[in-house]
Design a protein around this ligand. Structure first.
Ligand SMILES: [Mg+2]
Length: 278
């Protein structure tokens, strides 16, 4: 990073909150950055919630945020498909996209101007001759096995398959449960196909975050609590990275990495990074 950073790409779980608990200093640190004129972009691999729902949850832990300051992996997936639509010259062709997952998946596709259908709608439309051009698969707590069947039908028929993220587990108050990665693996196992994955640590997440911010990588700081997603993804995209020790990864794990894979900064809490934006 050259000089003071102009924007933060902020991970949520383990950085701002853990479950319903606030991470120490996070709300104050983010307020301080905002007061210093730094733009904030909250980037989450959670695909099931809409940006407005994420912003509302942030408000409940003392962090004021607008929906426009949230980038979900569903939005990254929809933006990736929009780019593919342009590359294939289909801007005017209105290709059909299947949304498998929570409301965040469907909303993100419709916001990109896609004609998107849920798995239930696709089942109803079965027998019509409009093929599914692409499938966006993210997590949704209401998902059913037959939604995965619909995903498999689309994949087997040759649709583009994009997964919002492949996190193996989701944290819950009772411990980890199978996350989107487990459900994507079910479709992969049942079809023999492999999806394109867009969420952290995969490059589309950071590329689209930088596009949203309108800044080059070296004027931005990515803040996260996981070496294998937040930090790896940021470093791969050339974005300077800071590990905060309020979540999953530890100082020892950071120190044990080869130098080129270490975050540039490690901080006990978010406000300890304030010298980077003041
Ligand atoms: Mg996290």
């Amino acid at each position: 990073m050259t000089g003071r950073c102009e924007a933060l790409i902020v991970d949520l779980d383990g950085v701002v909150y853990t479950g319903g608990e606030r991470c120490p200093g996070a709300a104050e640190g983010l307020q301080d950055a905002r007061a210093a004129g730094v733009a904030l972009l909250f980037m989450t691999n959670n695909a099931s919630r809409t940006p407005a729902q994420v912003a509302e949850h942030l408000g409940s832990v003392g962090v004021q945020a607008a929906g426009e300051e949230v980038l979900t992996s569903s939005q990254v997936g929809a933006a990736h498909l929009a780019q593919l639509r342009r590359e294939e010259g289909l801007e005017d062709a209105d290709p059909l996209v299947l949304a498998v997952g929570g409301p965040g998946v469907l909303d993100a596709l419709r916001d990109e101007g896609f004609s998107a259908v849920t798995a239930a709608e696709a089942r109803e439309a079965e027998g019509t001759d409009r093929p599914v051009w692409a499938l966006l698969q993210g997590y949704g707590p209401q998902m059913m096995v037959r939604d995965l069947h619909e995903a498999a039908h689309a994949v087997n028929a040759g649709a583009h398959w994009v997964a919002t993220n492949t996190d193996a587990t989701l944290p819950t108050p009772r411990g980890p449960v199978p996350g989107n990665g487990a459900l994507v693996a079910a479709v992969a196992h049942g079809t023999g196909a492999t999806p394109v994955v867009v969420g952290k640590p995969h490059p589309p997440a950071y590329r689209i975050a930088l596009q949203r911010l309108g800044l080059p990588a070296d004027r931005v700081l990515a803040v996260g609590d996981r070496l294998d997603t937040d930090i790896d993804g940021a470093l791969e995209a050339g974005v300077p990275a800071a590990l905060v020790l309020t979540g999953v990864s530890t100082q020892e794990e950071a120190d044990a990495r080869p130098e080129e894979r270490r975050p540039q900064h490690v901080a006990a809490t978010l406000p300890d990074l304030a010298h980077l934006w003041r």
